[in-house]
Design a protein around this ligand. Sequence first.
Ligand SMILES: CC(=O)SCCNC(=O)CCNC(=O)[C@H](O)C(C)(C)COP(=O)(O)OP(=O)(O)OC[C@H]1O[C@@H](n2cnc3c(N)ncnc32)[C@H](O)[C@@H]1OP(=O)(O)O
Ligand SMILES: CC(C)C(=O)C(=O)O
Ligand SMILES: [Mg+2]
Length: 564
Amino acid sequence: MMLQNPASKYRPFPAVQLSDRSWPNAVISKPPIWMSTDLRDGNQALIEPMSIEKKLRFFDLLIKIGIKEIEVGFPSASQTDFDFVRKLIDEHRIPDDVTIIVLTQSREELIRRTVDSCVGAKRAIVHLYNSVAPVFRKVVFGMSREEITNIATTGAKLVKELTKQHPQTDWGYEYTPESFSTTELDFSKHICDAVSAIFEPTPNKKLIINLPSTVECSTPNIYADQIEWMSRKLARRDSLIISVHPHNDRGTAVASAELAVMAGADRVEGCLFGNGERTGNVDLVTLALNLYTQGVNPGLDFSDIDEVRKVVEECNQLPVHPRHPYVGDLVFTAFSGSHQDAIKKGFAKQQEGAIWEIPYLPIDPQDLGRSYDAVIRVNSQSGKGGMAYLLEQDFGLVLPRRLQIEFSRAVQAVADQTGLEITAEGIYNIFSKEYFEQNAPYAYQSHKMVEDTSSDEPVQIDIAMLHRGAPLALQGGGNGPIDAFVDALGLDIKLMDYHEHSIGSGANAKAACYVELRLANGPTLFGAATDSNILTASFKAVLSAVNRQLVRSEEDQAKGAISA
Ligand SMILES: CC(=O)SCCNC(=O)CCNC(=O)[C@H](O)C(C)(C)COP(=O)(O)OP(=O)(O)OC[C@H]1O[C@@H](n2cnc3c(N)ncnc32)[C@H](O)[C@@H]1OP(=O)(O)O
Ligand SMILES: CC(C)C(=O)C(=O)O
Ligand SMILES: [Mg+2]
């Protein structure tokens, strides 16, 4: 049950005393070093950990994306992880510019097995961790600060000693004071300095100090303060790579990572699409693409993001949420009318090669290998812009604005009735039924332009039609073909508007015509038609509008008769 007074059970996270913090003014102008822990932190959090085959597939994907540091497992935890590391090394699967990382607790037998797993690798980083926060010291270890420090330094000494026995490998070292985010800063500094004193890093051979929000317990600004505090106070700073490892317990891992980089972090550990323990590790894809949308090349390639998602989903056996930034099925989709309208206008104005300026779309979907087709989808929340966009994109029909408004009522009626999304094809079918298939009472059959020099009218026409199924031959004249056609019909027609355009090119090109007219005292209504002959298309469009008017007034009369 939710408490009336949560303060009786939970306490607020204390602020960091750092009055002259500089990170709020920082701008990220280059990417951090990316480290993927999908095969370790991500894998340990899966319902079914990955098989060796899946790990290999994931490893190859990470390489393809361009990740250069990959935590490949916890080799002392399982035979699968150990065998996987061996396979990578023995089968020479690690590219020269990629470094593998292996995680171990600071326990002798685990460290020995971890180092064994990497023997023969060209380059490897041994990642040592122990938890340092007060609650762990009290609850898990029952140890003092100095005893906890001793766990770290004893482990570090052993890692150094064992790795020295294999000089053919270029060894690197990483130390994580696990649960850093909830640890007193002075103690985090103390233990990190003690470990770095053992590894003796230099500016040319740096030690990675990884500062995780093992559990995210504060707002991102506090994490940034913690990182800036450490970055300023750690000994041998020029010989350290400060890494962050944000988790997403409060849903703010991405913000925490970004502010931490502003605060001095050089490196970010995370997983693709935010897999990982509990609510996940920070999502490297979002971080990288956030940078990309600021004009900073993240050094990672997500030009086929759907393929990346497919591999990750298959390996993790977990779906990516449809609203996940950049990759979710629905993130490049606008259902609502005003969004569709703005996006449609944006696409029309966007110039090739210009700065991206499309309302509601922070990134060009094409940069990620996604298409514009999915951008606009239509349901009962949609306006005229969306359906017009889909008819234009998929069927080449460019509806004039007033026709868009008129037609949107027909689509809205169907969407309201079904409550479902309507596909582009569905919209075309509604349009076709509403305009193209209006063949009664008048159905066009053929026409002939005739020369009659005795007439005052510059243009003369003979038309063959069906009227309620019976053949009908008509003649008319006027200033132009449409004028002559309307004259031949002999009805009280007032032409209000006319638009035409071609669809496609060459031999298969067709003309599309849209005619707005008023019949007698009826409302103005549109008609539309396509044909390989532009005159035929316009005559059919006139008949489409006339038929719609007549059908509508017949329906109105019938309704009047019933109610009378
Ligand atoms: C935040 C993180 O993600 S950390 C990484 C966590 N990942 C994993 O744990 C996945 C893989 N781990 C495993 O499969 C197992 O933990 C193993 C195989 C490595 C070890 O298993 P076990 O030997 O049963 O030990 P377990 O992990 O339960 O740890 C228990 C003991 O190790 C101690 N310990 C835990 N972490 C550490 C550490 N980093 N350094 C030193 N000792 C540690 C505990 O205090 C406890 O000691 P105790 O037995 O004296 O009470
Ligand atoms: C072991 C460390 C890096 C970790 O995964 C964490 O603290 O979340
Ligand atoms: Mg973690």
